[in-house]
Design a protein around this ligand. Structure first.
Ligand code: COA
Length: 569
């Protein structure tokens, strides 16, 4: 082992957001990092033998590492709970019990699950939100801190990990059972809104709360407070932009997505906008209760769009489940964007306050469509219309503020703005190949313009995640700021206000207009779009194109047989 450089094999059930983040953070620090998906003990044994790791690290593992591996190699497991917490459903319990503080612990694999010596443990404050949002934010940040500390301690070689000892005052966790549906059940006739929300958030995004609506069984995904609507407990009282609102004994909650329970022998199901799943017949008589983005920003209700102003700056927040943007969602965002453009502000900030910026077109909605190729086409065109509107805004400075991750078309959506500001914790995947797509969103214009042709080619070909700091270094994003999502938001507001009141703004807007005109003269935006859509048309409608199968696998969460080659670097 070279001094302080560790050869680390990441073993994970999926190359998910946390694994990607750990991957980027460790590589940035000069460690040699390989990835192996946990797809079978023999495959893992072979990879360990081939890679020869100093250390095996499991950022997200839902299965056990075989004894012959952990007895011969140091194996550290990232557990999303404080010291002493054990079991497979840590975050579910934390949210159910409304724990104000929680933690992430890095512990060594031993025969007993989660009972090994402790290498590092980091606390965090629990924000009241869905489990997966918590995971991608507070959990992920604490996990990275704990992992980096554990790896430093490992490299130091004099560090002795702390045995798990429940007599120690700072060991406050406990062994808890699997959080099965019996703990998640909602009784709409007695449970108050706070209880219902905790149940929903503890189950979001997986596995959802199994429940009955109008005599049919569904898993409920997501849960948001509603401040005004009321009705008979358990009934669906409103719809809005694909979500449904359901009354509780003392209020109401919004349910954005549902997944029908799979019937024995029936086809696999996946989650989709709740109103689409229930359909117009079941929802007959239920009113659509819209809210404008401006109104939503002053209320405690569910809305994917919020708009507000602070001085000369307009903020258009969009937060889509899983970062996925269907045709309808793109069109609604475009309408809100156009309205924001009418406002007397000179800086416009785009992006969610927390969590995903965007992950591109909505693969689940496409999968459920009668004609997925046609729906893909509509979706990408709706996305392009939005990107085009941003690219052609010349009387305002537009900032994309990424508090969380972005991928594929979602990254390219961000690049349409004049500046891209990114939270240090965000991970970007600026490529489409894993979905078998050429990609559109005018990326052939925006990406090379930022990073140069060679790098644009490499980023889209290598299909690896890029950490925010690395993205800043290569010019993929302009500015990177540390801190929690809330701290990042404060920083964005401060910087945007300064930009709006700065003396250079007028000159920048003139330069922006000139550059757009010059670019248009050199090659019209329509030509980029035509070229990209020609490739996409082939991807959607051509014979032997991998996209439809890859999308199906993604939507149905089909695990690969072996670790994909792009991760084997
Ligand atoms: N369409 C539909 N659902 C999507 C989505 C998309 N474009 N992107 C993400 N999601 C969903 C995931 O299925 C997941 O659902 P779950 O909560 O039921 O598990 C949820 O959003 C969160 O995504 P997940 O994959 O768990 O997050 P991650 O941070 O670990 O990984 C990505 C993020 C972006 C790497 C991964 O989601 C991905 O590859 N998405 C597809 C990107 C893409 O190809 N878009 C289409 C081309 S523009």
């Amino acid at each position: 082992m070279e001094e302080n450089t560790v050869r680390i094999l990441l073993v994970a059930s999926a190359f998910n957001s946390l694994t990607q983040r750990v991957h980027t953070e460790l590589r940035e620090r000069g460690h040699r990092v390989g990835v192996e998906l946990a797809l079978g003990d023999d495959l893992l044994r072979a990879r360990v033998a081939q890679f020869g790791p100093d250390l095996i690290l499991a950022p997200m593992l839902t299965s056990a590492i075989p004894e012959d591996i952990w007895s011969r190699h140091p194996v550290l497991i990232v557990h999303p709970g404080p010291k002493g917490d054990r079991g497979p459903s840590s975050l579910d319990w934390a949210i159910r019990e409304d724990a104000p503080e929680w933690g992430v612990t890095v512990l060594q694999a031993v025969a007993e699950m989660d009972a090994g010596p402790i290498w590092a443990s980091e606390p965090f404050r629990v924000t009241r939100c869905g489990k997966s949002e918590l995971y991608r934010n507070e959990v992920s940040d604490a996990a990275v801190r704990a992992v980096l500390l554990a790896v430093d301690r490992f490299a130091d070689s004099s560090f002795m990990p702390e045995p798990l000892d429940y007599d120690r005052p700072d060991v406050r966790g406990q062994l808890r059972p699997y959080h099965s549906q019996e703990y998640r059940r909602i009784d709409w006739s007695t449970d108050d809104t706070a209880t219902v929300l905790r149940r929903l958030r503890a189950a979001d995004s997986q596995p959802g709360v199994l429940d009955e609506i109008l005599g049919r069984q569904y898993f409920l995904h997501g849960g948001h407070y509603e401040d005004r609507l009321r009705g008979y407990p358990g009934t669906i009282i409103a719809t809005r932009d694909g979500a449904v609102c359901r009354a509780t004994v003392d209020g109401a909650v919004w349910l954005p997505q549902l997944r029908p329970r799979r019937k024995p022998g029936g086809p696999a199901t996946f989650k989709r906008p709740a109103a689409d799943v229930l359909g117009p017949d079941l929802l007959a008589g239920v009113p659509e209760v819209p809210v404008t983005p401006f109104e939503a920003s002053g209320r405690d209700t569910w809305s994917e769009l919020r708009y507000y102003e602070q001085g000369e700056v307009g903020y258009l927040e969009f937060a889509f489940s899983g970062g996925a943007m269907s045709t309808d969602q793109c069109q609604r965002l475009l309408a809100a964007y156009r309205q924001a453009c009418e406002r007397p502000v000179n800086v416009l900030v785009l992006g969610a306050a927390r969590d995903f910026f965007s992950n591109g077109i909505h693969l689940n909605v496409i999968e459920a469509a009668a004609d997925p190729a046609e729906e893909s086409w509509r979706n990408i065109n709706a996305m392009n219309d939005l990107v085009e509107a941003i690219l052609t805004t010349t009387d305002k400075l537009v900032i994309s503020a990424l508090a969380g991750n972005a991928a594929a078309g979602g990254v390219m959506l961000a690049l349409a703005a004049d500046e891209v500001w990114c939270r240090e914790s965000a991970v970007l995947n600026p490529h489409y190949r894993l979905m078998g797509l050429h990609g559109s969103e005018y990326w052939t214009y925006t990406l090379p313009r930022r990073v140069g042709g060679d790098l644009a080619d490499r980023l889209t070909r290598e299909t690896l995640p890029v950490g925010a700091r690395a993205a800043g270094e290569i010019g993929l994003v302009d500015r990177v700021a540390p801190g929690s999502a809330a701290e990042f938001r404060d920083w964005v507001c401060q910087e945007a206000a300064e930009l709006a009141s700065g003396s250079e703004l007028a000159d920048r807007l003139v330069a922006k207009k000139q550059r757009r005109a010059a670019d248009e003269a050199a090659k019209p935006l329509a030509a980029y779009r035509d070229y990209e859509l020609t490739q996409m048309r082939q991807n959607f409608y051509g014979a032997n194109e991998p996209y439809h199968q890859l999308r199906r696998n993604f939507v149905h969460k089909v695990r690969p047989q072996v670790t994909p080659t792009h991760l084997l670097v």
